[in-house]
Write a protein that binds this ligand. Structure first.
Ligand code: ADP
Length: 448
């Protein structure tokens, strides 16, 4: 077996650190875990070949502490860094510093991260590459008069969005001209407070779209492929809650068409590594909203229906290998659903930190659990509340739903509250059973 690297440092925590560790071990690569002082007992630290404490609990002092991570690479002799998702995974500055230290970043170039990190630039770039975008302003909005002019041209309702946006922050709707001034000012203030940048742009507000994203992959030899779509329309406060692949509303022709548009665009861009092109989908049309230049939380559902290990592929491409397969060899089989299990009250969504007393993950045919939790583990209050992902696969959507229902009955977590009961409720709903939902569905359901 070809060894891509001798040693990889995993600059993350929780289930994704473990996921990367597993891929490395299967490739014969040694792993280095980094962790904060709150994560001494974390699973990724226990399983890695070596571990380095890089700072106190607050993420800014540890998982976001670039000098500490570089030192950890030097002390341990790691040659490459896998960033997981979140933390430093989309930080172009981090990638530049790694390059300056002769360390390989398992991900795209700093230039591509930068382009996609600024939403106005991202939209302009992909539009030129032939990807359909949401109608809206070309570039930034200068002032209120400019906003009025654009809003009148595209027609209400419109959405004001922050160019540096993320997590739904700096995003405000104006349903009518009378809402515009307020929405414009609020979006700018929120954007400035959250990102230190009040640059905003305008998009047509789509009233009932689905969120459908395409997984793409590029290598350093100019090859690019797509691995089909994921439907992530079940969201609460712009956070994905349940994802499925394939989408209940996309057929093979549509998949091939939008997939090819996406892979051709990233090939022209010279993009290297895994990426996700996110679209809103309404009335049979796709509209680009953003590109994520990293592995996604929901990547396992694509792994299952394509039988491709995305993390191993990331590692091999970063080491300079060609993509392991061509588009014509990508086969999509069956159906997969992922439920994000958060340590939260399933009705109020208030985080529930504390000690897990009982932990019995579901298993059996068609069940995969990606989690770093174990009985006796105390969930620290400093990080996000996701404690695991229940991923289920079936021959088709109905088989997958039946397996999910059964798996949810088996899964037992005691000691902290979790969102497991929410999924059991969702499965009883007709709209969910029929795949009939859009990005507003879950919030409307929870409001009832
Ligand atoms: P962020 O990076 O802040 O998450 P996105 O551009 O990815 O911002 O959008 C987040 C979510 O906001 C989308 O998944 C969708 O639910 C909603 N959204 C974004 N743009 C539009 C739009 N033009 N019309 C309707 N909803 C939108």
């Amino acid at each position: 077996m070809k060894k891509f690297f001798e040693k990889v440092l995993i600059a993350n925590r929780g289930e994704i650190a473990l996921r990367v560790h597993r891929a490395c071990k299967e490739l014969g690569i040694k792993t280095v875990a980094v962790h904060s002082s709150a994560d001494n007992e974390a699973m990724h630290v226990k399983l890695a070949d070596e571990s380095v404490c890089i700072g106190p609990p607050q993420a800014k002092d540890s998982y976001l502490n670039i000098p500490s991570i570089i030192s950890a690479c030097e002390i341990t002799g790691a040659e490459a860094v896998h960033p997981g998702y979140g933390f430093l995974s989309e930080n172009a500055h981090f990638v530049e510093i790694l390059e300056a230290h002769n360390l390989t970043f398992i991900g795209p170039s700093s230039e591509h991260i930068q382009i996609m990190g600024d939403k106005i630039t991202a939209k302009e770039t992909v539009s030129k590459l032939g990807i359909p975008v949401v109608p809206g302003s070309e570039g930034k909005i200068e002032d209120l008069n400019h906003a009025k002019k654009i809003a009148d041209e595209i027609g209400y309702p419109i959405l004001i969005k922050a160019s540096s946006g993320g997590g739904g922050k700096g995003m405000k709707i104006a349903h009518a001209p009378t809402d515009l001034e307020n929405a414009f000012n609020l979006a700018r203030v929120e954007a400035k407070a959250s990102f230190g940048d009040d640059t905003v742009y305008i998009e047509k507000y789509l009233n009932a779209p689905r969120h459908i994203e395409i997984q793409i992959f590029g290598d350093k030899h100019g090859n690019a492929i797509h691995l089909g779509e994921r439907d992530c329309s079940l969201q609460r406060r712009n956070q994905k809650v349940l994802e499925e692949a394939t989408s209940p509303v996309i057929d093979d022709n549509q998949r091939e068409k939008i997939g090819n548009i996406a892979s051709q665009a990233i090939s022209k861009l010279g993009y290297v590594g895994a990426g996700t092109i996110e679209f809103l989908y309404q009335n049979g049309e796709f509209y680009f909203i953003e590109m994520n230049t990293r592995l996604q939380v929901e990547h396992p559902i694509t792994e299952i229906i394509t039988n491709i290990d995305l993390v191993k592929e990331q590692i091999s491409v970063a080491a300079g290998s060609k993509l392991s397969l061509k588009q014509e060899n990508v086969r999509i089989n069956g159906h997969a659903i992922e439920c994000r299990i958060n340590a939260e009250n399933p009705e109020t969504f208030v985080p529930s930190a504390g000690k897990i007393i009982t932990y019995h993950p579901a298993s059996g045919p068609g069940v995969r659990v990606d989690s770093a939790a174990y009985a006796g583990y105390s969930i620290p209050p400093y990080y996000d509340s996701m404690i695991g992902k229940l991923i289920v696969f079936g021959q088709d959507r109905n088989d997958c739903l039946a397996k999910l229902d059964r798996a949810l009955d088996e899964f037992v977590i005691e000691g902290v509250e979790t969102t497991l009961p929410l999924f059991k409720d969702l499965l009883r709903n007709n709209d969910i059973q029929e795949g009939n939902y859009n990005i507003h569905w879950l919030e409307q359901y929870l409001d009832q």
